[in-house]
Design a protein around this ligand. Structure first.
Ligand code: PLP
Ligand code: ZN
Length: 482
């Protein structure tokens, strides 16, 4: 295998196939497939030539990826720095890059880390273009779709997804950028996405359809549409999205200088696409000798939406998967009772253990999620509620003796804090509806304070008003005269 230079678009091409997790049937990648036409189970995509990548040493791969981190080629600046490991069938001209990936891991503020006696950092995936990790998968899915549209000369492509808010924001953003025959339709559970998330597909010009119910209901409707009509489904059932999201694992490995034996990775589980991708990514690195050891893997679920936790909490050999009825959760983007990717998690968690890794799912309370998010953000982080869920998960793992302060934990701040500021408002104003089971801790609350009465602005000269306001501020803050 020839050594590509870091700035050259890769020469390697794979042969990708969908393979069904239910019956094992394989399907050509030149069709849009979401579930097996034969048995209805979900797919993963596999490169039949993957073993050829093993002709290159782990050391040589590490060097290539490190060199590529400085690549100036547009197509290699984002998730496709790891092109060979993601979707090595895409042509360079089809690659869609909107600045996704390469999100930083921010070490926990030293004071915070000390207070919790834990060694951790937040990987800020809210710093992606639509402010969530979903952009990683969308960049891959849209690059594939762009290639397919070109090859088949399709004149109209309707992309569709159900969403807890972020998938639709991301899909609408990428669709509006690619344009041409591609149009975006999103299906949202009415009142179950935040106003910021709703504004995103609207702002990108997508068709926004709402349904009464929860995400799981929207998903069923979208599945019916994808079964019956010609639409391109962009939920994580779409295995191309999983491939793009693997970049999260590759970036962690590279950030940690490819040394993961003493690391733990915490990911919130909703539809379970993300944790699937993260495990699949680490397994690829291990298989190619790019990393020697797998990091400990932790999935986190709220007790209000915890089917995966419940499955793994049963004794091995007697486990039975059952969907749950969700209860409103502040980790709204993960508020899913019947995760589509459960079969993928099941398969990959098995492989993860076979390869010497560890896999655990921890369950956390809504109160712990909110408290953790607010504490993190009061120490300079920008965690969303799902990021709070990860920290609550780390604290839970610590309490259960699953982790100690010698392990460095990477927590997934899956979206930007601003998308979920409504939950912060409810906490600060003590207006959480009872079903959330959250009551604010006074020391974490915060409120704006009016300095002086409004009529003081109009009732006097501006100078006097400034003096009065400054005096009021000095008094409030207990300032000393210099
Ligand atoms: C989608 C999403 C999740 C859940 O990820 P899954 O892949 O569905 O498990 C968590 N947090 C945020 C912010 C999300 O957008
Ligand atoms: Zn099948």
């Amino acid at each position: 295998m020839s050594l590509d230079t870091a700035n050259q678009f890769p020469n390697y091409r794979g042969v990708m196939e969908y393979y069904c997790l239910g019956c094992g049937k394989r399907y050509n990648m030149d069709e849009l497939h979401y579930t097996c036409p034969d048995c209805g189970d979900v797919f993963l995509l596999e490169d039949k030539n993957f073993h050829r990548l093993g002709e290159r040493s782990g050391q040589s791969w590490r060097e290539l990826f490190d060199l590529r981190a400085a690549a100036k080629r547009q197509s290699l600046r984002g998730i496709f720095r790891f092109y060979e490991l993601i979707a090595p069938v895409l042509e360079e001209a089809d690659i869609v890059y909107l600045g996704e990936g390469n999100t930083p891991i921010i070490l926990a503020a030293p004071e915070f880390s000390k207070k919790l006696n834990l060694n951790f950092g937040y990987k800020n995936d809210g710093q992606n273009p639509s402010a969530s990790f979903k952009d990683r998968g969308m960049a891959c899915a849209f690059s594939y779709l762009k290639g397919m549209t070109r090859k088949h000369a399709w004149s109209e492509v309707l992309t569709i997804c159900a969403s807890t808010g972020d998938t639709s924001a991301s899909a609408a953003l990428y669709a509006s950028y690619v344009g041409g025959p591609i149009r975006s339709v999103v299906l949202l559970p009415y009142g179950k996405v935040t106003p910021q998330q709703l504004s995103q597909p609207l702002g990108s010009g997508a068709t926004v359809l709402e349904l009464p119910g929860v995400f799981d209901d929207c998903m069923k409707v979208v599945e019916r549409l994808a079964d019956k009509y010609r639409v391109a489904l962009l939920n994580s059932k779409n295995a191309w999205r999983i491939l793009g999201q693997e970049s999260y694992a590759f970036e962690i490995a590279q950030w940690c200088d490819w040394e993961l034996g003493d690391k733990a990775v915490f990911v919130p589980i909703g539809n379970a696409g993300n944790i699937t991708a993260v495990m699949a990514g680490f397994l690829k690195l291990k298989q190619l000798g790019i990393i020697a050891e797998l990091p400990m893997m932790f999935g986190v679920q709220s007790s209000h939406a915890d089917p995966v936790f419940r499955y793994y909490a049963q004794p091995e050999g007697k486990r039975e998967y059952k969907p749950v009825q969700v209860i409103p959760s502040v980790a709204q983007a993960a508020m899913i009772g019947d995760p589509v990717s459960f079969p993928r998690v099941h398969l990959l968690a098995g492989r993860y253990l076979e390869q010497g890794g560890s896999f655990n799912v921890v369950q956390v309370e809504e109160q712990a999620i909110m408290d953790a998010m607010l504490m993190a953000n009061q120490h300079g982080h920008i965690a969303c509620t799902q990021g709070g869920e990860c920290l609550a998960g780390l604290l839970q793992a610590q309490e259960c003796g699953l982790i100690d302060h010698n392990t460095f934990a990477v927590l997934d701040a899956t979206a930007h804090a601003l998308k979920f500021s409504g939950f912060q408002d409810m906490y600060f104003n003590n207006t959480f509806p009872a079903e959330y089971e959250v009551s604010p801790r006074p020391e974490l609350m915060n409120q704006p304070e009016m300095l002086i009465a409004e009529e003081r602005l109009t009732s006097q000269a501006k100078e006097a008003y400034y003096d009065e306001a400054a005096n009021a501020a000095a008094k409030r803050l207990g300032l000393k005269v210099k």
